[in-house]
Design a binder for this molecule. Sequence first.
Ligand SMILES: [Zn+2]
Length: 182
Amino acid sequence: MLLILAAIGTGYWVIGKRAQVQRQRALCASHLSQLGKAISTFADSGENLGRVPMTLRALHPAYIQDPRLFSCPSWSAESQASSPASAQSGDYLYFPNHTKSQGAAPLALCPHCGAGLGFNVLQGDGHVEWFATTPDQLETKLVKMGVPLRIERGMSAAEIQDVQTWRARLNLPPADPPEPLE
Ligand SMILES: [Zn+2]
């Protein structure tokens, strides 16, 4: 009898946990969507001449008042304890370098709430899409869409550093140097 009750209890816990994951993923998509609107407002304001901000946090406080919007809601005190880093390590990945008038190019994505099954992605045109891919497939997909995740000839040291930082945050191995010329 106790075992049955325990099994039922575990079943409810699993369902509850799954519902919580779904909720956080939906909330995460809403964060990204609000960031997308703020980026667009930023770019449209006169002095920025159509340029997107260099960092998402540059939107605060003029365009985003609530700093919690910069992080995925699944980035809880629990996950911070298991991987203590900077206060901003729960933040979204942001690709500001290649977004000008590329409607379908990813602008930002969440590496936190997909449980290895997928990613919430903010597209340059402002809509948020769920990419159901593993991290390996994600790399191929993002590279195809123009996100700089590989080291190309002629990149500056700072650009190479960006590539490695983005890869590390996507749990991808460091990028190799470009192929030597024939
Ligand atoms: Zn998320």
